[in-house]
Design a protein around this ligand. Structure first.
Ligand SMILES: Cc1ncc(COP(=O)(O)O)c(C=O)c1O
Length: 390
């Protein structure tokens, strides 16, 4: 038999999905794969029920239903502080996952270089492999996850086609400051580089930090493809609705890529989410408040147990430092925590390009009760470690 696509030879099983399977096998609380254990707002569910009866049930316009794009353009124009034309500057996609892949396939020729910050969300390596790009990794150094300006400039000097910016960042919880974004923007201008953002956690930035949309920086809208999603903001990770916002001439091509990849995001779901896109500020305030409480429950618990971590500035992940356990293989350590302690985490090495084994990632997108129970279980970690491995 002839060989399969060579690009896929470098793919590995997703470590996150693997940890989920192990969590299920052992009845552990799954704080590995980031999705909530609570329902979307009831207004969304009611609209979904209405749409189930009145439709649409056939293909939407391939680049997104008209009223979906209009509502999204209204919301994002006001948040991003730039005028977004719903007719020419939006593609609705199957989640940010497809948005990122379509953005890469729109911009990248095989052999082009792309800057990726490390640690990174695992899909970015798959995106670079599938589009034939060569990644140039730039370190975000724990525990503060800051980058070194000289290292970043060295990366830009290699003539990259694009830079991928996850802000707020998964897994680190870093929120890039205006000053940091300005440094990236100045290099992007100087070295004529596109920026592909992944801003799925745009509404999850904890005070006093503030989210700055990269496309809102002076001169950046013309070279930025802003990818995001409704998955996290409305607790609908299974609906698979995301989007790309960008300049008309690039979006024109991205629409074609998207059309041939998937035809379109689910028509009834685009319709059902329109009222949510018109929610007032109170929805987003309450959304952030509830996650601020979850972050507090989890970090207070970690403090009481004595585990070290970096307090996330945004998103809903937390990197816990497990150096003190003398971890050699963090995947094996996470499997042990899942089986013996009963809480599943993701080994940090799956996010780092560097040989770093000292961190494990939990997420806290769970009900408060679930988080309290997770902390209760984790409080036995030192004892169990002593008994079984010490
Ligand atoms: C940074 C980041 N981007 C994208 C996604 C996936 O988004 P979507 O559900 O819109 O495909 C996730 C999910 O965990 C994520 O953390």
């Amino acid at each position: 038999m002839k060989e399969l696509n060579r690009r896929t030879a470098n793919f590995t099983d997703s470590v996150i999905r693997r940890m989920t399977r192990i969590a299920n096998q052992h009845g552990a609380i799954n704080l590995s794969q980031g999705f909530p254990d609570f329902d979307p707002p009831k207004e969304i569910l009611e609209e979904l029920a209405r749409v189930a009866h009145k439709g649409p049930h056939q293909y939407a316009l391939t680049w997104g239903a008209q009223n979906f794009r209009e509502a999204l353009a209204e919301k994002q124009s006001s948040l991003m502080g730039i005028d977004i034309d719903p007719q020419t500057q939006i593609v609705a996609t199957c989640g940010s996952t497809e948005a990122m892949m379509a953005a890469m396939l729109t911009l990248i020729n095989p052999g082009d270089k792309v800057i990726v910050f490390s640690p990174f969300y695992e899909n970015y390596t798959a995106d670079t492999i599938l589009s034939g790009a060569d990644p140039i990794f730039v370190s975000l150094k724990p525990p503060q996850y800051n980058f070194d300006v000289t290292e970043l400039e060295e990366a830009f000097k290699q003539n990259p086609k694009a830079l991928i910016l996850c802000n707020p960042a998964n897994p680190s919880g870093k929120v890039f400051s205006y000053e940091e974004l300005k440094i990236i923007a100045d290099f992007a201008e100087e070295y004529d580089t596109y920026v592909i953002t992944d801003e799925v956690y745009e509404h999850l930035v904890y005070a006093p930090k503030k989210h700055v949309y990269f496309a809102s920086l002076p001169g950046m809208a013309k070279r930025t493809l802003s990818c995001s999603s409704l998955s996290k903001t409305y607790h609908i990770t299974g609906w698979r609705i995301g989007y790309i916002i960008g300049p008309p001439e690039i979006i024109d091509v991205a629409r074609q890529v998207h059309d041939f990849l998937t035809v379109g995001a689910a028509a009834p779901l685009q319709e059902a989410i329109v009222p949510a896109l018109r929610f007032g500020q109170d929805y987003y305030d309450e959304f952030l408040r509830s996650y601020t409480v979850k972050r507090e429950i989890f970090t207070k618990g970690l403090d009481e147990i004595g585990l070290k971590y970096t307090n996330p500035e945004g998103a809903y992940y937390i990197m816990v430092d497990v150096k003190e356990f003398g971890v050699k293989d963090d995947l094996e350590f996470c499997e042990w925590v899942t089986k013996e302690v009963g809480v599943a985490a993701v080994p940090g090495s799956s996010f780092f390009r560097e040989p770093i084994n000292d961190y494990i990632r939990f997420h806290f997108a769970k009900k408060e009760d679930t988080l309290h129970e997770a902390i209760k279980r984790l409080s036995a970690i030192y004892d169990k470690f002593e008994k079984t491995r010490g």
